[in-house]
Design a protein around this ligand. Structure first.
Ligand code: TTP
Ligand code: MG
Length: 380
């Protein structure tokens, strides 16, 4: 049986969701991200990308390049909801779905070409299904392995669709820039370019000894393997996030303890809501603090029982925070809950306090789901 791996990736995910939900944004440059002066772009609609705007660009730069764009904050609750719907659709086509992030996943679809006319037909069906149900477009790559499928989904974005047949792998890879290879970052790319290696085809031709000399044995071996289109990694369907976190960069550095605590309370509520929405509870709570000078510290505490409740998270974070010596104003704070436990383990720790919390949280979460996360906030 031929191995077929599919990589599906939403186009301009956050921006596309906003354009879908608001007719007035369609066809316009839309930029999503942190809106403070020091925020960064999370994503830009394809209209905005023509102005050179891309993810991770400082928001101030995006504003300079395209002042007429519509700028919006991230609505994570909404994107997570859409992401869950997206993954659900994918799971109806294969039991082996491995989400990589909110908007992309690998599917092992080996053998499915017997159920459809051919493997491309399955890809087109999934594309249509996502358009019909979510009114969003995705780009799909189908290939003999993960590495090639991921490149394939990317090269014809947006709304791309590329199938790389087994016997055409070499032709497909030959002219792909080396930067697309897994593990080739800026440094390796520079070394390779000094050796006259720019494309994947150049690696195949390159002398093994030369590669080993400049990249080390392991890296040279991995690159040669990938360049030949060899990648046996499986699709793991048991993906579970290991932690949930939220963080915020203040518009200006803050020295006032109460102001920081009140932001931590907002973050605790965000993390708690996301934990409860995804049915997770965690035992370890981590506080991250970045000072004005960019020095970053983290402090953690591990509880006897797992939690998903805002007030428990906040109280622990507050304790951690109060023990930190604030030698400088603070630039960023963040909260992570990790060390998730299973539902069986949870019942051991349930007590009356938690039952009350559960009732209150359920009521609040219903409001948040209906009216948006900002509808209700506890104050200090
Ligand atoms: P990507 O799939 O990398 O980007 P995209 O879906 O916006 O655009 P495309 O796939 O068409 O190139 O990331 C998915 C989402 O993840 C994106 O919509 C926003 C978020 N994201 C960030 O918040 N910060 C980042 O630096 C990146 C790359 C993505
Ligand atoms: Mg995407």
């Amino acid at each position: 049986m031929k191995r077929w791996i599919m990589h599906v990736d939403m186009d301009a995910f956050f921006a596309a969701v906003e354009q879908r939900d608001n007719e007035e944004l369609r066809g316009k440059p839309v930029i999503i991200g942190g809106l403070s002066a020091r925020g960064v772009v999370s994503t830009a609609s394809y209209e905005a990308r023509t102005f050179g705007i891309h993810s991770a660009m400082p928001m101030a730069e995006a504003l300079r390049r395209c002042p007429q764009a519509v700028f919006l904050p991230c609505n994570h609750v909404k994107y997570e909801q859409v992401s869950a719907e997206f993954m659900e659709i994918l799971r109806t086509y294969s039991p082996l779905v491995e989400p990589l992030s909110l908007d992309e996943a690998f599917l092992d679809v080996s053998g499915m070409d017997y159920l459809y006319k051919n493997i491309a037909e399955l890809g087109r069906t999934i594309k249509k299904e996502i358009k019909k149900n979510l009114n969003l477009t995705v780009s799909i790559g189908i290939a003999p392995n993960k590495f090639i499928a991921k490149i394939a989904s990317d090269i014809k974005k947006p709304n791309g669709f590329v199938v790389v047949n087994h016997h055409l792998v070499d032709d497909f890879l030959r002219n792909i820039p080396i930067g697309r290879l897994w593990g080739v970052g800026k440094v390796t790319a520079r070394i390779l370019s000094q050796l006259g290696i720019y494309k994947i085809g150049d690696i195949i031709k390159a002398d093994d000894l030369l590669l080993r000399k400049y990249l080390g044995q392991k890296c040279a071996f991995d690159l040669k393997q990938l360049a030949q289109g060899l990648d046996n990694r499986e699709v793991h369907s048991d993906y579970q996030p290991k932690s949930i976190s939220n963080e915020v960069t203040f518009p200006e550095d803050v020295a006032d303890v109460n102001e920081i605590l009140s932001e931590l309370l907002v973050l605790a509520q965000k993390v708690g809501f996301r934990l409860r929405s995804s049915n997770f509870r965690g035992r370890t709570i981590t506080l991250k603090v970045r000072f004005a000078c960019f020095q970053t510290i983290t402090r953690s505490v591990t509880l006897a029982g797992a939690t998903c409740y805002d007030d428990v998270i906040y109280d622990e974070v507050k304790n951690l925070f109060c023990k930190i010596k604030l030698y400088e104003p603070v630039r960023l704070v963040g909260i992570t809950v990790s060390n998730f436990v299973t539902v069986d383990q949870i019942s051991l720790f349930d007590n009356t306090g938690d039952k009350k919390r559960q009732a209150v949280s359920e009521a609040i979460d219903k409001l948040k789901l209906r009216f948006g996360e900002q509808v209700i906030h506890r104050g200090l």
